[in-house]
Design a protein around this ligand. Sequence first.
Ligand code: HEC
Length: 448
Amino acid sequence: MDLLDKLVLPQSAHHMVLIKYLLVLSNMLLVPYLSVLTGSLIFSLFFKHRAEKTNNTFAYRFAKELVDLVTFNKSVSIALGIVPLISSAFGYAQLLHLSNVNVSNFLFLSALFLLAALIMIFTFKYSFHFKDIFKAADEKGVGTTEYEKEEISKYSTNTNSMNKKAGTVALYLTIFAVYFYVGAVQLAIDSERWTADTNVISILFSLTTLVNFLQFFVGSLALTSIVILYKYFRPNSEIKGEVGYFEYIKKFSLSNSLILTIAFPLMIAVGTVVKTKFALSFMVFAYASASILLLLFISSLIYLMLKENHLRFSLAVLFLYVVVFSLLIIKDQYAFDTSTKKQFEILAANYTEYETNLKAEFGIGDVAISGADIYNGRCIACHAFDKKLVGPPYNETLPKYDGKKDQLVKYILNPVKIDPEYPPMPNQGLKPKEAEAIADYILTIYKK
Ligand code: HEC
């Protein structure tokens, strides 16, 4: 986005590190939120489909409650979804300024899709609840007049079809939002792909993007299963229902989280291996390995819960999962750091240039050293070119320095006693660069 590029101010290296920390922070809010949002929507649609096919009331109730999982509050969706995405877009605009790649555009696109997805998810949620109310009203024959009865029956059908459509559209929009987000982050890491011909096609079909997209889905379904376990089975859970319903959820979530927790490390390993060689470093491998080991440990905890039929570790597992997500985000940040070293040198140089120009504008910069200025300021009191003043005329003393500028510089920096006819020359306290400039100046003038 050109507009965004214009807003970019050159940043010092310290500021750039700060921006990177902010990126990590906003990803730590966004990724878990987006994961549970995606996971709960997928599960909800899955159970809704199952309920329609088998007439299972548990499945139906679960489908309805699942979509409430992360949509309890609209401002939370904005704070954890849209805001981090937009701030990442600004962050990347600063960090990738002057490069050929435009990661921020993809992040903005992702934010737009997410906004649309959220609207549809909330529509899905409300139509889910309204549809049941209308259905109940229709079945009980609520309404006194024929017109009222007709209205209720009409809205019952409408809400039903709205609920169907909203769910499917929400799923597509969420998938696009996630895909563009993952694609943007991977494109930022993959500096090899930052050529002028980077377009939507190449972002959509890069191997790293595809693998990381799949990794996101496995992670998102796993995290959602764990969140469900925690939400339904924590000691003071507010959800009430039949024992059979809880058993149904428990069986599904536990076995599901076990399978996904075993599949997740595989995805992480593949995702790390397919990264561009410029992004790989010891830290990337260290963080990838740490997350894989932690997942193996988590899977053994889940296995124990499944085998011994209890849920004692569900809080610990949820906590460890958040740690895994953080490790993965830091891992990607290291990959980004490694592969964008060159980019940061360009930015640092750009900042130095910007700073020098700014200083010059305010007249506080390092002004260029001029031999003429030094001569007129310091030497003219005792030296002329063709007549004797306190010191000897340059035309007499300079011939011996012809082609020996180094020696002249040395003398000016540290004058020694030479001619008994003259008093000694006082040290002028010049800096080496200044001595060189004045030596150049008097040598060229005397030759003329
Ligand atoms: C306070 C007076 C004074 C000032 C100011 C002064 N000089 Fe001198 N300079 C002398 C005197 C006196 C001599 C002769 C010293 C000697 O022969 O020992 C001399 C000698 C020299 C010589 C001849 C050295 C040689 O090998 O014979 C050069 C070259 C020279 N000055 C350059 C400079 C330059 C360049 C500056 C200004 C940055 C400067 N001087 C400022 C007094 C001065």
